[in-house]
Write a protein that binds this ligand. Structure first.
Ligand code: FPP
Length: 246
């Protein structure tokens, strides 16, 4: 049976964002090094991507590496970057088979050259695909994203391209990294932490939040389906009354 059969395919969230947390603790629990957790986290990424394709989700945005993560021990940072290069190389054919388009948001200039090059190649190669858009948030900080939007808008005001009174939510959104994407309706965080950790702060204003104690390497498509079912049971009121939305 499973959760999938219970999902209403007409009421799917268009955009799901995930904070993939708990790789380190998962590995530690098995008496292994943290990187073992990240390696197994990649298997969850693959399964969740394919589960999203299976359902027909439009956008999946994965918090892969935060700006703050650069401050982790050098060895772990290097291992994650190498894992990323290898994963992108390995997954590209699956992305093509599944019609998945890869994107990345964040301060990508910070990435090591090899990682940046592989990522750009994969983004270019998959740009012809028309199915699920998988966005990796890499070297990402929502506050930095908001600040760069403010600077971009201020620049346009300064050079006379934009009138200050015309700045509205739409213009602001157009200057975020996520320009052109719908806002996530569902945000999932694994590992039992109840935090947003500087992730898509503007974009999740009305998202439904779903927290699970499962650690990321244990999270698979069935868990995604369970989260979607939970989302579908909620009443989204956007500040209105229950009577108004019904
Ligand atoms: C959080 O767990 C996980 C990360 C910081 C890295 C996530 C990266 C992957 C799953 C690799 C994905 C690669 C691609 C290409 C998508 P944590 O280390 O913070 O765990 P902890 O909270 O238990 O220490």
């Amino acid at each position: 049976m499973g959760y999938k059969n219970e999902i209403d395919l007409l009421k799917l969230p268009k955009h799901i964002a995930i904070i993939m947390d708990g790789n380190g603790r998962w590995a530690k629990g098995k008496g292994k090094l943290r990187i073992f957790g990240h390696h197994n986290g990649v298997l969850s990424v693959r399964d969740v991507v394919e589960g999203s394709v299976e359902l027909g989700i439009n956008y999946l945005t994965l918090y892969t590496f935060s700006s703050e993560n650069w401050n982790r021990p050098k060895l772990e940072v290097m291992a994650i970057m190498e894992l990323m290069v290898n994963t992108i190389n390995k997954e590209i054919n699956r992305f093509m088979d599944n019609n998945v388009r890869l994107q990345a948001i964040g301060d990508l200039k910070m990435l090591p050259d090899k990682c940046y090059t592989e990522l750009t190649n994969a983004i270019n190669k998959t740009s012809v695909n028309t199915g699920l858009v998988v966005t990796l948030a890499l070297s990402y900080s929502s506050r930095k994203e908001i600040l760069q939007a403010v600077k971009q808008i201020a620049g346009k005001v300064q050079n006379g391209e934009l009138n200050i009174d015309d700045i509205d939510e739409e213009i602001f959104e157009n200057n975020l990294y996520t320009n052109g994407m719908p806002n996530p309706e569902l945000l999932i965080r694994t590992s039992g932490e109840y935090r947003i950790s500087n992730y898509l702060l503007w974009q999740i204003a009305y998202a439904e939040l779903y927290f699970t104690s499962k650690l990321w390497p244990d999270f698979r498509r069935e868990d995604l389906f369970e989260a979607i079912l939970d989302y579908q049971k909620r009443e989204r009121r956007f500040g209105l009354t229950s009577e108004q939305v019904n």
